[in-house]
Design a protein around this ligand. Structure first.
Ligand code: MN
Length: 478
């Protein structure tokens, strides 16, 4: 049972420099406590622990005052005699709006495709209205998952599955790496306990041997950085989450020796210039593995993640992955979209432009167009949760597409006409076929034939986006 109290939370708020009025915070704690008076969680703890720990996660994400207060009050209208009007009267419209949003999401249950879909749809509607509602829901789920063992086994499994299939992918899409990894690992134990135990044992055996070695490497890096007058803010090891290791093992024939990032050394420096300088220093010290240098600073991942990754052969043949980033990139990697609230106040050039959320509106539009639920589910899974790539237009605009998309997907996501008149494509200045799979960072130019009015039915075989599929089918039907 985690220890938590309003005082501990207030101390954190102060430490992180969040703009939260302590008076309002204490008032909300007292309000929630008296509303939940006498209620006990199945785990045996006082109910108030749950909203306090939900608020704790939101504080860790460095959220704004309204979100933290709404986190404290999120179960009040549903589970107690106090109404949303009382919340509005005491804490204002914004807090009441957020609490109501969380309540509307309701206690959704995982039962078959229809239900799953309805859950997802509700989540996206809430996200489109105010993304903070989902952040509260994720924080709520974090605590529920940590006390899952007190529920009935069938309930445990249902909630764990729902976490794996809905909550973790959403956290991932919002770039909140820490919550995504934790939720997945908590759920993994219930969804597949045998595999969890096996992977954990493998992981412990393998990383135990590496420990001393990492100490030496860290020392050496520090020394070399100092010689070049680079002052790192922090160097720390990060260990891989078990669920993501499980997925990687499946890809690599179960051979843990082929997985190079079980532990990675993370170097946080002051600015981008120092990131590249640090990469140079590491490559001067040790030989890099071919094909393992990834520059997500120049080409960020679609969820906004930035870092440089490189894997090198260290002394006595140990293979080590390094992740190099500056402070802002680090906050973004841990807190994802939540960093928006942290930075938008200090820095007008906010961390995440509004544009990044365009995909949520897109998904909702799809739902209006596709009446067939199964088709919608398929498109949701592909468009929202698959790995995404960035492809550039000749003007330098960036188009965000699912992995393995083709030039046809690219054309339709720019304009329907461009798709319909598509006659050929140049990828990185080379003529390429229309079914080629695009890669992140490619520059794609569509060659059009103005006389052409209808798309080619064959394109349906290779395209990946539901947008292109829908446009092609509708145009052919006309
Ligand atoms: Mn709750």
């Amino acid at each position: 049972m985690s220890k938590v109290s309003p005082e501990i939370l207030l101390e954190k708020i102060k430490k992180y420099g969040l703009r939260v009025d302590p008076k309002v915070f204490k008032q909300a704690c007292a309000f929630a406590k008296s509303a939940h008076q006498g209620q006990v969680r199945l785990s045996g703890e006082q109910y108030i622990n749950h909203p306090l720990l939900t608020a704790d996660t939101l504080i860790e994400l460095r959220m704004d005052q309204a979100t933290i207060i709404a986190g404290l009050l999120h179960d009040v209208p549903e589970d107690t005699d106090e109404s949303i009007h009382e919340i509005k009267r005491h804490f204002g419209d914004e807090v009441a709006f957020l609490v109501e949003g969380v309540t509307k999401l309701g206690k959704i249950k995982y039962r078959g495709v229809e239900q799953y879909l309805e859950n997802l749809r509700k989540m996206f509607v809430a996200m489109a209205a105010d993304i903070r509602v989902i952040l509260i829901r994720l924080a709520d789920r974090m605590h529920n998952m940590s006390t899952l063992s007190s529920l009935r086994p069938d309930k445990q499994k249902r909630i764990a599955l729902e976490t794996l299939e809905i909550y973790a992918p959403i956290a991932n899409r919002l770039g909140i790496g820490e919550i995504k990894g934790t939720l997945e690992d908590l759920a993994f134990q219930y969804v597949n306990p045998d595999e969890y135990t096996r992977v954990k044992k493998l992981f412990d055996q393998e990383t135990d041997q590496q420990k001393d070695c990492y100490k030496e490497i860290k020392k050496k890096v520090r020394k070399e950085l100092a010689l070049e007058s680079i002052k790192p803010i922090d160097i720390h090891g990060r260990t891989k989450h078990l669920y993501s290791l499980h997925k990687k093992l499946i890809q690599h024939d179960n051979d843990i020796k082929l997985i190079y990032d079980l532990t990675a050394l993370r170097i946080i420096v002051n600015d981008i210039k120092d990131c590249y300088a640090t990469l140079g220093i590491i490559h001067k010290l040790w030989r890099p593995l071919k094909g393992r240098i990834k520059d997500y600073i120049a080409t960020p991942k679609p969820n906004g993640y930035q870092s440089i990754h490189t894997t090198v052969f260290c002394d006595n043949g140990t293979v080590v992955e390094f992740q190099i980033r500056d402070k802002k990139m680090h906050d973004l990697a841990e807190h994802g979209i939540a960093a928006h609230w942290q930075y938008s106040e200090q820095d007008k050039r906010s961390a995440l432009p509004q544009k990044k959320l365009a995909w949520i509106d897109q998904l909702l539009n799809w739902q209006k167009k596709l009446h067939d639920n199964k088709k919608y589910l398929e498109s949701l899974k592909i468009d929202a949760f698959q790995n995404r790539i960035f492809v550039f237009t000749p003007n330098g605009d960036v188009i965000d597409l699912p992995e393995d998309s083709t030039p046809v997907d690219f054309a339709y996501s720019i304009h329907t006409e461009l798709g319909n008149q598509c006659a050929g494509a140049k990828i990185n200045d080379k003529m390429s076929s229309l079914d080629s799979a695009l890669k992140s960072g490619d520059l794609c130019e569509i060659i059009i034939d103005k006389k052409r009015t209808k798309p080619n039915r064959d394109w349906l075989k290779s395209i990946k986006t539901s947008n292109a599929r829908y446009q092609i089918r509708t145009t052919i039907k006309k």
